[in-house]
Write a protein that binds this ligand. Structure first.
Ligand SMILES: Nc1ncnc2c1ncn2[C@@H]1O[C@H](COP(=O)(O)OP(=O)(O)OP(=O)(O)O)[C@@H](O)[C@H]1O
Ligand SMILES: [Mg+2]
Length: 353
């Protein structure tokens, strides 16, 4: 199932070209999306956990969009504010509340009243601020600095973190009571390499988005580029994929992106990559084949055979015995295939006899 959700253009959106579409294709992502949409309809505080670039902010925006709440989506980066102004940031202030307060201003919670307050990088919150935040959450009201009138709050909280908050709690850097309050509905975004069915649809999505911005015509992905994208570890996840495609569009010279256009700086395979569960493999392959058929890839059968062979051969450092074992075929069959695709010449073959 391919699912593309688009957000309405909004002046308030922090991400430019980025925050307008969410794409889910891999079965893991589709399940995640269903979970997010179920949570969205409740009022539960959500904690989005995921590596950098996995789409935490987009998911938070989607949660808000699906919640039916009419108020604003207010995003706060917890690591990027001034500790001295924090009370006024949190609670807001009236004119004259302190030197320089020439205009009244609502705080974060008030600005998000009736809507959603997104606390990004919650793990960066200082202990001092954690206490204040907890108080607001308990009291469900704020009082502006320089005022006495409490303002009742109806704010949906969504927090995000790329660090393990359990560890931060154990290390005394994060309050356990705040952690439990925030993580009523945890949402874990898997890293991109664990949802390989998303890689090519996302790549095509970014080709389209950036291609039309750059006024390019139709740009396709060559089979070797698809294979490279699929076997890469993606330490920077979707954001890295987006940047890799953007760069490839700049250097590819027009109509097709080949593997050499892709600037992949990490390793090709994660050291700690967990083996995919056996039943997930056919799923992942079917997803991929569907996309290739859909895109009208010529000589598909041969390309798939060649890509499998080439990947295994290079993974096994050109060792034929190991390659044959990895593929579950005899060494004879392997050699015939290697010759067929020009991966070994006649001399190389003679040398192995
Ligand atoms: N499902 C998706 N479909 C389309 N684009 C996506 C998707 N998920 C993420 N992106 C894009 O990937 C980029 C990273 O997403 P986002 O900023 O939400 O990630 P993040 O987890 O908040 O990253 P960081 O931890 O670095 O702040 C954005 O440009 C976003 O538009
Ligand atoms: Mg983010």
């Amino acid at each position: 199932m391919n699912k593309l959700l688009t957000f309405p253009d909004s002046a308030g959106m922090a991400l430019s070209i980025r925050a307008k579409a969410l794409l889910f294709h891999d079965p893991l992502s589709s399940r995640l999306l269903e979970q997010v949409e179920r949570i969205a309809r409740s009022d539960a505080t959500a904690l989005i956990i995921g590596e950098t670039g996995t789409g935490k902010e987009l998911i938070a925006r989607h949660l808000h969009a699906q919640s039916g709440r009419s108020g604003a989506f207010v995003a706060i980066n917890c690591g990027a504010f001034s500790e001295t102004l924090i009370d006024s940031e949190l609670f807001g202030h009236e004119v004259g509340a302190f030197t320089g307060a020439t205009q009244a201003r609502p705080g974060w919670f008030e600005a998000a009243n009736g809507g959603t307050l997104f606390l990004d990088e919650i793990g960066d919150l200082s202990l001092n601020l954690q206490v204040k935040l907890l108080r607001v959450l308990q009291e469900r009201q704020v009082v502006r600095l320089g005022s006495r009138k409490p303002i009742p709050l109806d704010v949906r909280l969504v927090a995000a973190t790329n660090v393990d908050l359990h560890k931060a709690v154990a290390a005394g850097r994060f309050r356990a009571d705040l952690f439990y309050r925030l993580s009523v509905a945890p949402v874990t975004l898997p890293p991109l390499y664990q949802r390989p069915g998303d890689i090519l649809p996302l790549a095509r999505h970014f080709i389209q988005t950036y291609g039309s911005k750059m006024q390019l015509g139709q740009v396709t992905l060559a089979a070797d580029a698809c294979a490279a994208l699929l076997s890469y570890e993606w330490p920077g996840n979707i954001r890295e994929l987006e940047n890799v495609i953007h760069y490839a569009l700049i250097v590819c010279g027009g109509s097709q992106i080949v593997a050499a256009d892709l600037k992949l700086v990490g390793a090709m395979h994660r050291q700690h990559a967990v083996a995919a569960p056996a039943q997930a493999i056919p799923n992942r392959l079917e997803n991929l084949f569907e996309q290739m058929i859909e895109s009208g890839e010529p000589a598909l059968y041969e390309k798939v055979e060649e890509a499998l062979l080439r990947t295994a051969f290079s993974w096994c450092h050109q060792n034929q015995v190991q390659t044959a074992r990895a593929l579950g075929i005899s060494r004879n069959v392997l050699r015939t295939q290697l010759k067929r695709f020009g991966m070994i010449g006649a001399e190389a073959e003679a040398a192995t006899e």
